[in-house]
Design a protein around this ligand. Sequence first.
Ligand SMILES: [Zn+2]
Length: 315
Amino acid sequence: MSSGKKKLKDLLQQSDNRTCADCGAHDPKWASPTIGVFICLKCCGVHRTLGPNVSKVLSVTIDEWADEEIDAMIEVGGNSSANSIYEANVPEGVKPGPDASIDQRTKFIRSKYEHQEFLQQGLKISSNKTTLQASPSKKLSFRAPSSSSAPKPEHVDGAIGHLKFTILQGANLAVRDMLSSDPYVVLMLAEQKVQTTIQRSNLNPIWNEELMLSIPEDYGPVKLQVFDYDRFSADDIMGEAEIDIQPMMTSAMAYGDASMFGDMQIGKWLKSPDNALLEDSTVDIVDGKIKQEVSLQLQNVESGILYLEIEWIAP
Ligand SMILES: [Zn+2]
């Protein structure tokens, strides 16, 4: 037996892989390296109908496996790890049992993988075929819907304007997995929650991603959290910080149309023992725009710095 096939057999012996990822039937003998799950014959039939872009299925015992297909299975780590992603939010009673009809099975499997209805909120998994062939370890790319290049502000009643947060980069972030972490940044204000993409295995990630928040009249601080995306369990927190937007908002209100002014400093958020600032953060007019550069020492964590920029977007 080739060492690859042996690794695959070992993975199959793992307890969570002794039952079908989709219906729980015992002793699955099929697998989808596209997704990283072991499945039973009946579910395999449904996976075939999804097409190989969504799920290419192979027999564990009969088919020849390419090395990268085996690696892809090993990277995902088995059924419970895959299901912690694909079934993160599956409503009770929706998952079929081993005796489910083809219709029930089909409905569930399509919802689970094709429409990705049960993923953790904000997550989308795109399986890119060219990437898969070129580099199987980068098979899954995770992205948050808010990370498009032109973020659209959510409509919030009574918003007095918007703040565009450019999450620039992190440095020396905490290790949450074996050797590294898969960090992403979440910003929260009132009911709003926006997040960056997930950076795989990177403690010094560069995001350069824009996130937009509507500012209500009675705004408080913006809450920032960094998480380690975890396939096995709930995402681990890698630090947090509060961003006091008062200096920015006061300056923005005072200067109104910033394009009428030359470059100058118009406000400041001061570093203090009570806040997460690494250094004083000034609010400036730059090329007619009101901007603030912020360096944060992440709190409640052993290490981690986050750099971001805030820009006022008038209503
Ligand atoms: Zn099954």
